[in-house]
Design a protein around this ligand. Structure first.
Ligand code: ADP
Ligand code: MG
Length: 230
């Protein structure tokens, strides 16, 4: 089943976000603390391993669905309203091999894509956890995920891509994510992939500790250094 978004709206000013750092660096926390998503927003999660199951996100209960059909129906019902929601997809038995995981991810992306509406009063925030596990190239993301990144903004969809790695993820993700949150890294190749773009010295990125970050907003030179607090 192919779903299509409606009401393309070029007047919308939406910038996607990328959060990259090693395990425990603060990526998931950053999606809640950087102010890009509010408690009352409509939020949908690709959550393969169920980290949001029975949890709250910004004080709101996350509802997790294990079948694509249930997920689609819940999301569709939610999008018919102006109310906020937090809806996650987590399969009961996640596939183990990358190509099956990717297939499933792209199905979820297709569902999210179909929920786009350039005239909807609320932005649909799509949090994609651990995208390094579902992408296969450092080049062009030629898929519905790439489509979400390139055209989602017109349909009021904001993509929040989360990755443990920077070097192997698609260029499309890096170039289309105007907001970049970069936490502590393990590998020099990952640091090098974004240091220049952030105009931050590789050594400064390598000096980050857990929960410390560089955050790039829209435009040039708009980079700040900070630490997440609870
Ligand atoms: N509510 C909280 N209070 C205190 N520490 C927390 C809380 N939530 C997460 N942490 C800690 O913050 C760090 C970053 O967590 P997280 O954002 O989940 O990292 P990542 O998504 O990059 O793996 C971890 O050390 C985690 O234990
Ligand atoms: Mg996380």
């Amino acid at each position: 089943m192919a779903l299509s978004p409606i009401n393309p709206n070029d007047a919308l000013n939406i910038t996607h976000a990328l959060y990259a750092g090693s395990t425990g660096s603060g990526k998931s926390t950053a999606t809640r603390k950087m102010g890009l998503i509010k408690a009352t927003d409509q939020v949908v999660f690709w959550d393969l391993y169920g980290q949001y199951k029975d949890k709250e996100f910004l004080g709101r209960q996350v509802r997790t669905y294990s079948s694509l059909k249930g997920f689609l129906m819940a999301l569709h019902a939610g999008r018919k309203t102006k109310q906020g929601f937090k809806i996650a997809f987590t399969p009961t038995n996640p596939p183990k091999d990358k190509s099956s995981i990717r297939k499933l991810f792209l199905k979820v992306c297709g569902i999210v894509w179909g929920m786009g509406n350039g005239k909807h009063p609320k932005t649909l925030h799509f949090i994609a956890e651990e995208i390094n596990r579902v992408t296969i190239t450092a080049g062009d993301e030629d898929s519905i995920y790439g489509e979400l990144l390139e055209a989602g903004r017109k349909f009021n969809i904001m993509v929040h891509s989360i990755s443990q790695r920077l070097a192997p993820i698609p260029n499309t993700v890096i170039s289309m994510s105007g907001y970049k949150w970069v936490g502590c890294q393990n590998l020099i190749s990952d640091v090098e992939r974004v240091a220049k773009e952030l105009q931050v010295k590789a050594a400064d990125i390598m000096a980050l500790n857990k929960l410390e970050y560089y955050f790039k907003g829209e435009g040039f030179g708009n980079v700040k250094n900070g630490k997440l607090r609870f």
